[in-house]
Design a protein around this ligand. Structure first.
Ligand code: GCW
Length: 677
């Protein structure tokens, strides 16, 4: 339940006294909700980790060893001793510096706002949790994106779309009367990793969430989160003026509709004075949108943006727009819809783009919109909940997936134009920038269903703050804070986490295969589905397996989705010599006997990847068993059970996919691959 804020007792005989000394007397001059929160967190953490009850003071004393204040609050002698890039810190960045003071060490945590101090405090606690040397700290941390939000796909009836961790944590029925302690812990956890916003409602939710009945409840959540620097946002169903407003149109250019939204927004700000804004899914999977009125996505987004502008709210307009009726490759549709609109959005609109062009697959190449809309801030949308990645039972560390996407070069402005730079806004100098993560949180006691799902929430927050952070470092930090600082434990734990994503890709969708999961629920294999519902939802559509080979031709001879990327990327991916094999069947349709770099035939290589995935899950079990002594029984056993399920299901994936594809390849399984029973 305590996530990465376990605050375990520091056992080290050298560190403990040092930490105790440093954290014993704390100066916090602030007198507001956020400084109260800082004090409370320090009390809880220091008592647990150091077994001390720290003394707090609002005026500096001789014995003060830890100073937590803004530039205006810090005593002059500390200001003289530190060197802070105040301007650069902005409103959320912080510095922690150690200075010599009356022959003792003093630590200064500072920033330009109370929330920055809270972030700095969590960083300080992390230094203790991960047992760092604090005698010579000099660190500055500034978020590289300014909107770092969770997207809850939580419905008003408390079901969670694609949620695998119980019901929605928003207990609407008991709000606003009852504020669950869990809301506070949610805010603490998020603040500790720099998340500063939450979209409370599902992108598919109906307009009900904008009615006063709900807004009252939303206001209570906003009040609870505010001291932690977290703003609330809501999803806005495009047809709300009809559904709850009694109008007969939702046409964004209709004055009545504009007036309705303006009034609705004004009303929301009466409940929540610092409301963040709207997240919108329009013209996609049955959701209404501007297309219903022959208007563009920009016209739709701008109408809402204008209503929000007087309040400094923003619109996060999703680019997940496609139609199954369009015969064109689904991977191309969002780009075709949005690219021509670059530069046409109001300043307070961000276009929110999923990491890949289809839909949160175990692995996708980056979305071609990244780098293609220089005039528009593009937000990254990652999925933390594991819809296509084993849901509530598979251990898949998504830090690796996020890192892979962020590090990829779009070549939009020549080499080095990584997706991270697009998202940070640094490539095109945008004032707004952001990252959204589809939440994996629910009412399960451990929040995320699978214990290691916590690591994905954690990794998302850390990468939203700094998209250049390394997944390996994040995994290490998380393991230390969640379990133990023991070196062997960390080594093995890291090995489990860092190979887990590749393992899942191997046993689910190796070499660029995608969307071959069971229809609709997306759990388990289903490459055979011949679905009557929608052409593009049949799994056969995505893998295109037949006697002549396998893979989706997205080169010029096929759908030509490749033409949506910068020329450098195009050339690299269209050429079989240079196309990374991990994307091979995403872009190419190849014969079963096509010779891979390894010398194996394509068929053999596919089979060997499935087998490797199975082996990797076995290795994960062995590694986990080897660190049993470092984990309490309950957590140990849950993870072990799930790893065993995962191993079993990796075999299911391998056998199902190989038997299915073998009908077309007509080739025997290579040596080393287990024959399905
Ligand atoms: O992949 C699909 C999911 C839907 C989801 C949609 C989206 C919220 O299967 O459950 O709806 O993506 O991102 O809008």
């Amino acid at each position: 339940y305590n996530l990465w804020l376990q605050y375990q007792k520091i056992e080290s005989p050298t560190l403990l006294p040092e930490y105790q000394k440093q954290a014993g007397h704390i100066f916090i001059p602030g007198k507001n909700a956020t400084s109260d929160v800082i004090e409370k967190e320090l009390r809880t953490a220091l008592e647990a980790m150091l077994e001390i009850a720290p003394q707090f003071t609002t005026t500096p004393k001789q014995e003060t060893t830890l100073f937590i204040g803004t530039r205006e609050q810090l005593p002059a002698f500390t200001l003289k001793a530190i060197n802070i890039p105040w301007e650069k810190l902005g409103t959320e960045g912080f510095s922690i510096q150690s200075i010599n003071q009356n022959s003792q060490k003093a630590l200064i945590i500072t920033g330009n706002s109370d929330v920055a101090l809270l972030y700095g405090t969590f960083e300080f606690l992390k230094l203790l949790q991960t047992q760092q040397d604090i005698s010579t700290v000099d660190l500055t941390s500034i978020p590289k994106t300014n909107i770092r939000v969770l997207n809850h796909w939580d419905n008003p009836d408390r079901t969670v779309e694609r949620g695998y961790a119980g019901a929605s944590i928003w207990d609407w029925h008991r709000l606003p009367g009852h504020v669950k302690p869990q809301y506070v812990d949610y805010a603490r956890a998020n603040a500790s990793i720099g998340i500063n916003g939450t979209v409370l409602t599902n992108v598919n939710a109906n307009a009900q969430v904008l009615t006063p009945y709900f807004l009252k409840k939303v206001a209570t959540l906003a009040d609870t989160f505010r001291p932690y620097g977290i703003k609330v946002y809501l999803t806005a169903r495009f047809s709300a003026p009809i559904e709850i407003g009694g109008l007969d149109t939702a046409d964004p250019l209709h004055p009545e509709v504009q007036k309705w939204w303006t009034e609705k927004v004004n009303e929301i700000y009466e409940y929540v004075p610092d409301f963040g804004g709207f997240l919108v899914k329009a013209d996609s999977e049955g959701q209404p949108g501007p297309q219903n009125y022959d208007r563009t996505q920009a016209e739709g987004a701008n109408m809402l943006a204008k209503a929000l502008q007087p309040h400094e709210g923003i619109v996060m307009w999703r680019a997940f727009v496609y139609s199954n009726e369009t015969p064109d490759d689904r991977a191309k549709q969002a780009y075709n819809e949005f690219k021509p609109l670059d530069g046409k959005f109001e300043d307070n609109v961000l276009v929110q783009v999923k990491n890949g062009p289809i839909d949160f697959q175990p692995r996708e190449p980056f979305h071609p919109l990244f780098g293609a809309m220089p005039e528009t801030p593009l937000m990254m949308e990652f999925q933390i909940t594991q819809e296509y990645l084993g849901q509530g039972t598979h251990l898949v560390f998504l830090g690796s997936l996020f890192e892979e996407v962020l590090d990829t070069d779009t070549y939009a402005k020549g080499p080095g134009s990584t997706v991270a730079k697009v998202v940070e806004g640094s490539l095109d100098q945008h004032a707004l920038s952001g990252m959204a993560g589809v939440s994996n949180i629910g009412t399960d006691r451990n929040w995320t269903g699978h214990l290691f799902g916590q690591a994905n929430w954690y990794a998302f927050g850390r990468l939203a703050w700094n998209p250049d952070e390394s997944a390996a470092d994040i995994a290490k930090e998380w393991l230390k804070m969640t379990f133990s600082n023991d070196e062997k434990f960390i080594r093995k734990g890291k090995s489990i986490m860092l190979q887990s994503h590749e393992a899942a890709v191997n046993y689910m969708t190796p070499l660029g295969l995608h969307h071959i999961m069971g229809w609709s629920h997306h759990y388990g294999p289903g490459p055979w589905v011949t679905d009557k519902h929608r052409d593009d939802w049949t799994s056969t559509y995505y893998h295109q397996a037949s006697e002549d080979g396998i893979g989706f031709d997205r080169t010029a001879s096929g759908s030509n989705a490749l033409s949506q990327y910068a020329p450098e990327v195009q050339q690299q991916y269209e050429n079989l010599e240079t196309c990374p094999e991990k994307y091979l069947l995403w872009f190419h349709h190849l014969p079963w006997n096509y010779e891979m770099k390894s010398g194996h035939s394509l068929w053999d290589e596919i089979a060997l990847h499935y087998q490797k995935g199975v082996h990797q899950t076995e290795q994960m079990i062995t590694d986990w068993k080897s660190i049993k002594t470092h984990v309490d029984d309950q957590r140990y056993q849950q993870v072990l059970d799930f790893l065993q399920i995962q191993h079993h299901e990796a075999k299911w994936w391998r056998d199902a996919c190989l038997l299915y594809f073998q009908q077309f390849s007509q080739m025997p399984l290579p040596e080393g691959v287990t024959q399905p029973e």
